[in-house]
Design a protein around this ligand. Structure first.
Ligand code: NAI
Ligand code: PYR
Length: 309
């Protein structure tokens, strides 16, 4: 599958690199406002290809996206240290008005995979601007937060992250919800497993893991200016689910008809991802406080997106 990437910065280039290493695409085309930068990124990534899978990596203009099955949108501004994702909204909404027109001029049916922050609201912006059906405009949402959650739980329990089944729901941002009540290790509820291996999930452990997930971006941005490896791998993972019609359950963002009292809000829930895009959405059984937190996250996102109108 040919994949376009608009925005060849840290996130876009990391996604291109991860796609090349995973064998997730037959061709990757990088487009950026700064064409020289996109060319340099593409050339650098192409030098990883002989160590991985056959894939043509090049830079191009919007016209070169013709025939792309999916286009990753990673263009725009990123957070400065201490800045929240939601504060980027008006600047990145302006960028998207141009980017989506450019993409659709060349690849009107390509599925849009949004990474630009605030990713949930940018998913809503992309849906409105593109006129595509909601199942074909997917935000990376909490795929990264879910990976952070699984990784920290796995370290605490002394098992592989792949054996931890746990999700982060709602906003990719400050109001996100770690679904503790639905978390499993192997086949067991996480608390039972933890007690059995002598690593109970005390209030302190829970608070430490919550902070480790919720504040990860702030810490990494403070330390190195931006985050890119985790999201690059997450975007490549979504592309692979699309390309191979894997029907994998991933926490990704999409405009959702109703969450509590909030209508038509983009946020993350576990969703089945296949070649058609989002094939189904699953609502996990949650504890009452988690349900309330998810509803509150939906309301915060809706309130913020209303500022754009
Ligand atoms: N969804 C997620 O989990 C994550 C999202 N992000 C977000 O991804 C976005 C990109 O972050 P970085 O790659 O670190 O930023 P970056 O500054 O390295 O790259 C952004 C690129 O967008 C390009 N660009 C800006 N306006 C454009 C336009 N109109 N057309 C084409 N290209 C344009 C810039 O030239 C630049 O190369 C940010 O909004 C950031 O917050 C970052 C990490 C994780
Ligand atoms: C920057 C960002 O959204 C993240 O690393 O979670």
């Amino acid at each position: 599958m040919k994949i376009g990437i608009v925005g060849a910065g840290m996130v876009g280039s990391a996604a291109g690199y991860a796609l090349a290493l995973r064998g997730g695409a037959s061709e990757v085309v990088l487009v950026d406002l700064d064409a020289d930068y996109a060319r340099a990124q593409a050339e650098d990534i192409s030098h990883a290809v002989p160590f991985a899978h056959p894939c043509r990596v090049r830079a191009g203009e919007y016209g070169d996206l013709e025939g792309a099955g999916a286009v990753i949108l990673a263009a725009g501004v990123a957070q400065q240290p201490g800045e929240s994702r939601l504060s980027l909204l008006s600047r990145n909404a302006e960028v998207f008005a141009k980017v989506i027109a450019g993409v659709q001029g060349a690849a009107p049916d390509a599925l849009l995979l949004v990474a630009t922050n605030p990713v949930d609201i940018m998913t809503e912006v992309a849906l409105k601007a593109s006129g595509l059906p909601p199942e074909r405009v997917i935000g990376s949402g909490t795929i990264l937060d879910t990976a952070r959650y699984r990784s920290l739980l796995a370290t605490h329990l002394g098992i592989a992250a792949q054996s931890v089944h746990a999700y982060v729901l709602g906003e990719h941002g400050d109001s996100e919800v770690l679904a503790w009540s639905a978390a499993r290790a192997g086949t067991q509820p996480i608390a039972d497993f933890a007690a059995q291996v002598g690593a109970p999930i005390t209030d302190d452990v829970r608070a430490r893991i919550d902070d480790g997930v919720r504040r990860a971006a702030y810490r990494i941005i403070e330390g190195k200016g931006a985050t890119w490896y985790g999201i690059g791998a997450g975007l490549a993972r979504i592309v692979q689910a699309l390309r191979d019609d894997q029907r994998t359950v991933l926490t990704v963002s999409a405009v959702t008809p109703k969450v509590g009292e909030t209508r038509d809000v983009a946020l993350s829930l576990p969703r089945v991802v296949g070649s058609a895009g989002i094939v189904a959405t699953l609502m996990p059984d949650l504890a009452d406080d988690e349900t309330a937190a998810l509803r509150s996250s939906a309301a915060i996102l809706k309130e913020t997106s209303a500022q754009l109108v």
